[in-house]
Design a protein around this ligand. Structure first.
Ligand code: SF4
Length: 199
């Protein structure tokens, strides 16, 4: 019978540490598991987990969007940290901020340059409905120009809200929910660019 060490710590796990449960080690025994799914579900899952947003901010909401990709909120956890400078390499447009009437044809052109399939998040009150700018210079909701999949309220929405909206978009993609109808195609209206050319 040994002598008990009087200096032995009475608590082996500090209060700030969460004791980890012992888990059975996975044993490789050569048996392969079986996973059944559908190809379109697998593709939708892959798309939802690797969205590439267009590098596009319009006003103060864009600051919150930038914070979302920084280390504190870290949108990379959801696979969307690769902001693309070219819309041809992006499949997600986050309309972050108010859109002026003059900017509307540019917004539409960038959207048209994005390859299919593509999705749009309207971030903030201004992008979604004009917000406090109920005047002749601001588009009263970008869903009049492009089809919007997810609207995020707030002025400005916090990065957490953008992440929640982003997760909702991921859910829509995984569940195969289609984009809403294109407002310009539905209405038959045309946008005219700043120098008069048709967009
Ligand atoms: S919703 Fe608020 S924060 Fe966002 S663009 Fe409008 S005024 Fe700026």
């Amino acid at each position: 019978m040994g002598v008990k060490n009087p200096w032995e710590p009475v608590q082996t796990v500090s209060n700030s540490q969460t004791p980890r449960q012992r888990r059975e080690l996975h044993v490789k025994n050569g048996e392969l598991g079986i996973l059944t799914t559908q190809v379109n579900k697998l593709i939708d899952w892959g798309r939802s987990a690797s969205l590439w947003p267009a590098l596009f901010g319009l006003a103060c909401c864009a600051i919150e969007m930038m914070a979302t990709s920084a280390d504190r909120f870290d949108i990379a956890r959801f696979g969307a940290e690769v902001y693309r400078a070219s819309p041809r390499q992006a499949d997600l447009m986050i309309v972050a901020g108010r859109c002026s009437i003059k900017m509307a044809p540019v917004l539409r052109q960038i959207y048209d340059q994005m390859p299919e399939p593509k999705w749009v998040i309207s971030m903030g009150a201004c992008a979604s409905c004009g917000g406090i700018f109920n005047n002749y210079a601001i588009v009263q909701g970008v869903d009049k120009i492009i089809p919007v999949d997810v609207f995020i309220p707030g002025c400005p929405p916090t990065p957490d809200m953008l992440l929640f909206g982003f997760n909702e978009l991921q859910r829509k993609i995984r569940e195969g929910i289609p984009n809403p109808p294109d407002p310009l195609k539905a209405s038959g209206l045309k946008l005219v660019g700043p120098v008069g050319e048709e967009v």
